[in-house]
Design a binder for this molecule. Structure first.
Ligand code: FES
Ligand code: FES
Length: 160
C-alpha cells in the first residue's frame, strides 16, 4: 500500500453556509464544490482556466474554480450559481437570460451568470462594450454572445 495523501481541514462558507471538510491539498475548488458538496451547478469545461464555465465568486470577485485548490479557499466566502435563485424564484438576471433566450447551450450558462453578477455589481450601468469586455473571458462557441449580451443589457436598462 502506497503512502496516504495527507489531508487538511478547511472551512469554506459556500452560499452562506459554513462547510468544514478534510481535503487533499491537490483537490481543485471546482471538484470540492461539485464532488464534495454536491453543488453541480458549477460546470467544468476545460479545467485549465480558459472557458470560464467554472466561474464562481470568491469573497465577492469572480474566480475560476478550476484554477484554485480548495485549500486556497479556506476561510473564504464562495458563491456559486445555486446562490442566485431557483426554479420558480429566478433572480432578475436569471429571469432575463430566460426571457432573452440566453441559455442556449446551457453548459456555459452558470459561468456566464456568475461573471455577469460580478460585472453588474461593479458596473451597475454597464455599457454594451463593458458587457462584452466583461464576458470576454467566458467562451460561447455557439452564437456570438448576442442573446447573452441582450439579457444583461436588459437588466441594466431596468436600473435606468
Ligand atoms: S473549467 Fe475552469 S475555466 Fe474552463
Ligand atoms: S451559450 Fe453556451 S456555448 Fe454559447
Amino acid at each position: 500500500m502506497g503512502p496516504r495523501m495527507s489531508t487538511r481541514d478547511i472551512t469554506v462558507t459556500v452560499n452562506g453556509a459554513a462547510h468544514r471538510h478534510a481535503v487533499e491539498p491537490r483537490l481543485l475548488l471546482s471538484d470540492f464544490l461539485r464532488g464534495t458538496l454536491g453543488l453541480t451547478g458549477t460546470h467544468v469545461g476545460c479545467e485549465h482556466g480558459v472557458c470560464g464555465a467554472c466561474t464562481v465568486l470568491l469573497d465577492g470577485d469572480s474566480m475560476r474554480a478550476c484554477l484554485m485548490f480548495a485549500v486556497q479557499a479556506d476561510g473564504c466566502r464562495v458563491e456559486t450559481v445555486e446562490s442566485l435563485g431557483r426554479i420558480g424564484q429566478l433572480n432578475p438576471l436569471q429571469q432575463s437570460f430566460h426571457e432573452h433566450h440566453a441559455l442556449q447551450c446551457g453548459f456555459c450558462t452558470p459561468g456566464m451568470l456568475m461573471t455577469a453578477t460580478d460585472l453588474l455589481k461593479k458596473y451597475p450601468l454597464a455599457t454594451d462594450d463593458e458587457i462584452r469586455e466583461g464576458l470576454s473571458g467566458n467562451l460561447c462557441r455557439c452564437t456570438g454572445y448576442e442573446h447573452i449580451v441582450a439579457a444583461i443589457r436588459a437588466v441594466v436598462k431596468e436600473r435606468t
